[in-house]
Design a protein around this ligand. Structure first.
Ligand code: 5GP
Ligand code: MG
Length: 189
């Protein structure tokens, strides 16, 4: 299973082809803008960034390195089970370690798709009584929204197509790609 080349416009994982969609440069430029906004909003507040693993790990690393303010970072791992019934359930596999009480918390997500994950997870954070809670996501698929999620900071809105790279995987592969790639469907693009 060969898939990786930094310079390629198309990568193949298994039977699927992905075309470059957002370049590393575009991603970095946008992250710098969003980081500056967050930096201004949270200066002096010592925010706590709650990184949702696994997908957001690279995004979080780049975002917080672009902020010149005091902050804390903690990590959570959640997974969603959407059974046959319409009601899904979220399982917190690894909870946060730091006390969120009275803290200004910013959740860092890789992508908001249906909104299910954050719809379920936000109450888990709210129950820990943070002073404030905001959501920052690298990507959002607005046309896929099924649950109302109030995203406060967003780097990119993208169409409802599967993407990989820059932390996002397909079957575990592709997280290390420096660009974001979009699945090429059977009609080309
Ligand atoms: P939601 O709960 O909002 O429907 O989906 C959120 C999760 O689904 C994301 O955190 C991510 O793990 C996964 N996901 C949704 N769309 C994509 C995509 O295009 N590519 C990848 N790699 N994961 C996705
Ligand atoms: Mg995620």
């Amino acid at each position: 299973m060969m898939y990786f080349s930094e310079k390629k416009d198309v990568v193949t994982i298994g039977a699927l082809d992905f075309a470059i969609y957002l370049s590393a440069r575009e991603i970095q430029n946008r992250i710098r803008e969003v980081a500056l906004t967050i930096e201004k909003d949270y200066d002096g507040k010592n925010p706590l960034f709650l990184v949702v693993l696994n997908g957001a790990f690279i995004f979080a690393g780049d975002l917080i390195r672009n902020m010149d303010i005091a902050c804390d970072v903690d990590f959570v791992k959640v997974s969603s089970y959407k059974g046959l019934a319409s009601t899904g359930r979220l399982e917190v596999k690894i909870p946060n370690e730091k006390d969120l009480t009275g803290r200004h918390v910013v959740i860092l997500e890789d992508i908001v798709d249906s909104g299910f994950t954050l719809d379920q997870y936000v109450p888990v954070v709210q129950a820990q009584k943070p002073a404030s809670l905001k959501i920052c996501t690298l990507l959002e698929k607005p046309d896929a929204a099924k649950y109302k999620v109030n995203v406060d900071y967003k780097c990119f809105s993208i169409p409802t197509k599967f993407v990989i790279g820059y932390g996002l995987d397909f079957d575990g592969a592709g997280r290390n790609l420096p660009h974001i790639y979009q699945l090429i469907d059977e009609w080309g693009r």
